[in-house]
Write a protein that binds this ligand. Structure first.
Ligand SMILES: [Zn+2]
Length: 238
């Protein structure tokens, strides 16, 4: 796999990120047909400096460049210093195809991980009240299957085995082992419900658990939505 550079004319100078990116945020364009150049035009029309994403992954698996990797993006209010990746398509209504998913997996797990080390990978909806990148996008993005083309430089050996992925949990889950783990960890982290009480570890994700999740998210300065997605799990497991 490779990356296809697209040159963009910026409407101002881009701000530089301090240090390396710490994460990747995945988006969809909510549009059936568009590439980096089209999206750049949309974002210029919004009076931005240009395309807010760092990469656009087309349906055929072509990976196009948006903002340079050194620049702060304009894609997810609270975490614009992370790399923003946008998928062509609307995955509320369409289902992504294998070529596009394989390119996304390569971009995240081979290209970016090879360059910056392991990055936290989240969806736009993990940070804000949005359906982006759509309910039909399989999540999490699995590492690419044994890649036939080895990257040109050796992959750094993973220092630590990543914890097994935990599923997203939200209000309404009942008698659930993952909710019990969430409640136990929230208690350990001293996150309390709206009345300042520790949680009963019963596996039922009710309003008190949601309040404690939100209080934890507030303390962690991450998106406050009361849903335990990848980002919140990552913080809980620390
Ligand atoms: Zn988005």
């Amino acid at each position: 796999m490779k990356i296809t550079p697209v040159s963009h004319e910026w409407s101002g100078s881009l701000a530089r990120r301090s240090g390396a990116p710490t994460g990747v945020v995945v988006h969809h364009a909510a549009h059936p047909r568009c590439g980096a150049a089209t999206i750049h035009g949309w974002h210029i029309a919004r009076k931005w400096k240009g395309i807010g994403y760092h990469f656009v992954v087309r349906k055929d698996g072509t990976i196009e460049t948006g903002r340079p990797e050194w620049a702060i993006g304009s894609h997810t209010m609270s975490v614009n210093s992370r790399i923003g990746v946008c998928l062509e398509g609307n995955f509320e209504t369409e289902v992504p195809l294998a070529a596009q998913l394989a390119a996304l997996a390569w971009l995240i797990h081979v290209y970016l991980a090879g360059k910056y080390g392991k990055l936290v990978v989240t969806r736009h909806r993990d940070h804000a009240a949005t359906s982006c990148p759509g309910k039909n996008l399989p999540w999490p993005i699995q590492a690419a299957p044994a890649a036939p083309a080895a990257p040109s430089r050796p992959q750094p050996a993973p220092a630590t085995k990543p914890a097994p992925a935990r599923p997203t949990r939200r209000e309404g889950a009942r008698k659930d082992a993952h909710v019990r783990e969430i409640q136990r960890r929230l208690n350990v982290k001293r996150a309390r419900d709206g009345r300042g009480r520790a949680l009963v570890v019963d596996g039922d994700f009710g309003p008190r658990t949601k309040e404690a999740v939100m209080s934890f998210q507030r303390a962690q300065k991450i998106g406050i939505d009361g849903v335990v997605g990848p980002e919140t799990w990552a913080r809980l497991l620390r």
